[in-house]
Design a protein around this ligand. Structure first.
Ligand code: GUN
Length: 294
């Protein structure tokens, strides 16, 4: 069994970003990313903090906008309008989920598609569905695909089963992997909470992707011998012995499943690490696109 770690693959993506950053700087441009955080959800705060840190580490222009959960829909849309109009910003990410009654859909619709480095605007989803390569694909599915490509795992003609139909991961990863090109050309099944005989469906998978947000959901019954397992879950579970009172586990029961797999991603240290790397890569791309360098 091979452990597919995210870090070395993410480092390769960062090395590419650094090289491209130097080229952009030489041409007088600096990639800028704005991350918008609404409310005080601890997991969202942690994700946004990591994104901001990585931006600074790479030397990007970085803006973090924090708003209280009591912000009105119109005020939030105004924040987006201001970022759309700000020439120093090439990428905008609104951390999801939004708290309370805020309408995520209208916020996402408001982001300029050319700054939508999260790849969630309908224009970018359409480009993904139409196999047009000049849009932005969402970061977590792109990260999963990049891991498979870098590990030399063949996807063409393979059975891929994705558990979870979210736009953020399941649905968009399906579009990526059924698309043409490296990491694509797969036969994709998207399973979800209403799928009958889920374990049986999963056992058909050459590549099984778990993206449901349920700790240790995937067990040995779901995995055929020799399958590749990609675990997208990042779940906090209580752990009195951990310094923070919790630890992170995936959607896959790693210890029970690992020996069956030909390759598997760990949590933490797997897909999660890739998400931020792909966000940085998308931000560089947004900057290049804006300045006609792609
Ligand atoms: N929340 C969890 N993952 C993501 C992501 O990739 N993008 C955004 N905007 N919010 C998230």
């Amino acid at each position: 069994m091979k452990l597919i770690k995210g870090k070395p693959i993410a480092e390769a993506v960062y090395a590419e970003c650094t090289r491209e950053l130097e080229e952009l700087k030489a041409a007088g441009h600096l990639p800028g990313l704005a991350v918008v955080l609404v409310g005080d959800d601890p997991a969202s705060q942690a994700y946004v903090g990591s994104k901001e840190r990585k931006c600074k580490e790479l030397g990007f222009h970085s803006v973090k906008i924090e708003k209280s959960a009591s912000i009105s829909q119109d005020e939030l849309l105004q924040v987006i309008d201001d970022l759309n109009a700000d020439d120093s910003i090439h990428g905008i990410l609104v951390q999801l989920p939004l708290p309370g009654d805020l309408d995520e859909q209208s916020v996402i619709h408001r982001i300029d598609p050319k700054k939508d480095v999260d790849g969630l605007h309908p224009a970018n989803i359409a480009k993904l569905a139409m196999d047009e390569k000049d849009g932005f694909a969402p970061c977590t599915p792109s990260g999963c695909q990049r891991m498979l490509i870098e590990e030399g795992i063949e996807t063409s003609g393979k059975n891929v089963v994705i558990i979870g139909r979210s736009l953020l991961v399941g649905k968009t990863l399906a579009l990526l992997m059924m698309g043409k090109g490296p990491g694509g050309n797969a036969t994709v099944t998207v399973a979800h909470s209403r799928t009958k005989d889920l374990a049986k469906v999963c056992r058909e998978a050459d590549i099984l992707v778990a993206a449901i947000g349920m700790p240790h959901f995937v067990g040995p019954d779901h995995v055929k011998d020799g399958a590749v397992v990609i675990d997208v879950g990042i779940n906090r579970i209580e752990d009195a012995e951990a310094a923070k009172g919790y630890r992170l586990v995936g959607d896959v029961d790693f210890d029970a499943v690992a020996e069956r797999c030909s390759a598997i991603t760990p949590v933490p240290g797997g897909v999660g690490v890739m998400t931020i790397a792909m966000l940085m890569a998308n931000t560089v791309r947004a900057c290049k696109l804006r300045h006609g360098l792609l």
